[in-house]
Design a binder for this molecule. Structure first.
Ligand code: AMP
Ligand code: MG
Length: 342
């Protein structure tokens, strides 16, 4: 298949891409979080092609994307008042809400669940595409299953060229990690995946929020997470990753004592000179959590074009976007984490 690449957000390109979506094709779409692999969420056949192109397990549900909160009642069963409040405050933005499914949303889209994840992305191209397509767009991250999520159109091409109808280039993602997922079908609401909207912001609106164990810890053999996707190894570069947690000075020292020429290092910018022999990806200044989020997937991906045989990563703390970045790093490492004492 020839994958069409749309670069300009012209009337003609928007109409062409929207038509592909409406008619059951697959389009790589830009959002503020990561690039998504979009298809008509109501078309089972189109949705089946998403799973095929990604090599995604069938039980891993897709998030559906809408242009505004006005579509909530069309696709969700019973919309609680908290959902409307969150949408009012944080949409368009990096927040996915789990709500009861309306039967119009196929079970294939929801991985067999009676709930559905809904989000309104903050990107003008994708909002326009959804409006013009006139249907909700199911879109998981646009990577091959297991690989780091794409944060540029170039990353999407790497994984999906020849497998999908089109990719719409909307520039580099401004947030860089996937959406925060909150389950509103349980009491108290439960954080299933940390993401681009900090947990602290959710607590300001909701009060108590439970944090699913899968956010911070490896699951036990056979244990089922509430977000089915959290059970899969994810975001992993080819070389094995060790996450080194603790005070940045101490973790830099710990890593520097263990590296060789074929070591890759993910570190804060202040520490990059400590590893002169290594392949280094800097995450940005230690205090800049937004920049860590923007950089993390590109850093993980970059090592696959090198011959590094192991990767060490300095780990941010869990405040603000740090919770999402830490979660992605730990998952990339298969929860291989070393805690360094000062
Ligand atoms: P991705 O599309 O790659 O961003 O992954 C979507 C994540 O949302 C996966 O971890 C899914 O398991 C999770 N998810 C989507 N829909 C639901 C749902 N109805 N209930 C729980 N988790 C969901
Ligand atoms: Mg994904």
């Amino acid at each position: 298949m020839n994958t069409v690449f749309f670069k300009e957000a012209s009337e003609e390109n928007l109409n062409k891409a929207a038509a592909i979506l409406r008619e059951g094709g697959l389009v790589g779409i830009p959002t503020e979080t990561v690039y998504g692999l979009g298809a008509n969420a109501l078309d089972e056949n189109a949705v089946a092609h998403i799973f095929e192109a990604k090599g995604r397990p069938q039980d891993n549900p897709l998030i559906i994307h809408m242009p505004d909160a006005g579509w909530l009642d069309r696709y969700c069963g019973d919309v609680p008042e908290t959902a409307r409040r969150l949408a009012e405050r944080f949409w368009p933005g990096p927040l996915t809400m789990i709500l009861p499914r309306d039967p119009i949303v196929p079970l294939r889209t929801t991985g067999g669940l009676e709930t559905v994840g809904v989000r309104c992305p903050r990107h003008p191209v994708t909002l326009e595409l959804i409006r013009r397509a006139g249907v909700p767009i199911a879109a998981p991250s646009g990577n091959t299953s297991g690989r780091p999520s794409p944060t540029t159109a170039g990353h999407m091409l790497e994984d999906m060229q020849g497998k999908i109808d089109a990719i719409f280039d909307g520039g580099a993602c401004s947030v860089g990690v996937e959406s925060t997922i909150i389950d509103l079908t349980v009491t108290p609401p439960r954080l299933l995946r940390p993401g681009g909207l900090p947990l602290e912001a959710l607590r300001e609106v909701l009060g108590e929020v439970a944090v699913d164990r899968a956010v911070t810890d490896a699951l036990k053999e056979g244990e089922k997470p509430r977000a089915p996707g959290m059970k899969y190894r994810h975001y992993a570069p080819k070389a094995p990753v060790t996450v080194v947690a603790g005070d940045p000075e101490a973790t830099a020292e710990y890593i520097a004592e263990r590296v060789g020429e074929k070591t890759g290092v993910i570190c804060f910018t202040e520490y990059r000179d400590r590893f002169p022999a290594c392949t280094v990806e800097a995450l940005g200044p230690a205090a800049d959590r937004e920049e860590h989020a923007r950089r993390i997937f590109d850093a993980l991906r970059a090592f696959d074009a090198t011959d590094v045989s192991e990767i060490f990563a300095q780990c941010p703390d869990t405040e603000g976007l740090g919770l999402a970045v830490t979660n992605r790093l730990k998952k990339a490492a298969g929860f291989h984490v070393v805690e360094v004492q000062e």
